[in-house]
Design a binder for this molecule. Structure first.
Ligand code: DON
Length: 304
């Protein structure tokens, strides 16, 4: 039996005492004033064990973590046809890089880089009746928590400065890989990214991916095969040009966001979420990566 409580407390203490906590993202102005001393970790096992340390109950901007939930919803809605419009290969480039998109004729490398996530947002816009409301309800259903909301200031702040996302969406449109108008797709995408959740809520939302597609209330949201595919994409693409490093250090499928969150999971075993707003040079939470490396090393619970 693992002593999760002691392990999480040890990792937390190391984290809060770290001298270099990385740099808070500022390209979305509304995120720039988050205190980088926030640090939380939350673990939930498939067997029902749950522990949190530090700021695990403080809501933060989940940003790119939302891309996995959007992809899950798109797969639940249209299944394998998602792959006609977006590939499943790691890009080896930053999340907002555009050169490959042009070279590869408007087919994004994967659904977790920004251009790929914008295609997924387009799919949701086409297939959901009230896209923003329905997507929010989907996340609330997965977690069983109606307190989850978009942060409208964050969404607006990203819209005001989201030049690269406008460029990506226009490029996609020029290659006929967007069905809806650019503005409508980005309006949805910026809201999706602005979702605010706590570490505990993120662990709960991702529970179904560790549990063969079944969420906390035992409702099937995806098939086992679909959950496998999403986990594979998180493993190979969840950390952009740092995906290799994350697999090397941590050994779990996972996803980061520029709000400083990281969620990672071991199928059939557990989900763990960390939040520390300071990022490393590749845009992933500095302490979050260190914490998860320590967690899988101390517990010896990783996929490798
Ligand atoms: O589109 C963007 O740039 C942000 N809304 C999300 C980027 C992000 O979280 C990248 N992850 N580390």
């Amino acid at each position: 039996m693992q002593n999760y409580k002691a392990i999480l407390e040890e990792i937390y203490t190391d984290g809060i005492n770290a001298i270099d906590k990385g740099t808070v993202a500022s390209y979305i102005p509304e995120l720039a004033h988050i205190d980088k001393n926030n640090f939380g970790i939350h673990l939930k096992t498939i067997d029902g064990i749950e522990y949190g340390v530090g700021d695990f109950n403080t809501p933060f901007s989940i940003q790119s973590i939302s891309k996995v939930l959007a992809l899950s919803k798109a797969m639940a809605l249209i299944g394998e046809s998602v792959w006609e419009r977006v590939d499943v290969e790691p890009s080896g480039h930053p999340f907002n890089q555009l050169a490959l998109l042009e070279l590869e004729n408007g087919i994004p490398r994967n659904p977790l880089i920004n251009s790929g996530a914008i295609v997924i947002a387009d799919i949701l816009l086409t297939h959901l009746k009230n896209p923003k409301e329905d997507f929010l309800n989907y996340v609330r259903e997965l977690t069983g928590d109606t307190n989850i909301n978009y942060n409208l200031e964050v969404a607006q702040s990203e819209k005001n400065t989201g030049y690269k996302n406008f460029a990506a969406a226009n490029l996609l449109k020029s290659f006929k890989n967007l069905t809806n108008p650019v503005d409508a797709v980005l309006e949805f995408y910026f809201h999706q990214c602005s979702l605010e959740m706590t570490c505990a809520q993120v662990s709960n939302a991702f529970f179904f991916l560790a549990n063969k597609g079944y969420c906390l209330t035992n409702t099937a949201h995806l098939t086992k095969t679909q959950a496998k595919r999403i986990n594979a994409i998180m493993l190979t693409c969840g950390f952009y040009d740092e995906a290799g490093e994350f697999a090397f250090e941590v050994g779990l499928p996972g996803k980061s966001g520029v709000g400083g969150g990281i969620v990672a999971l071991l199928p059939d075993n557990y989900v763990i979420t960390t939040w520390s707003p300071g990022l490393n040079k590749k845009g992933n939470s500095k302490l979050g990566m260190l914490a998860l490396e320590q967690f899988t090393t101390k517990t010896k619970l990783s996929i490798f």
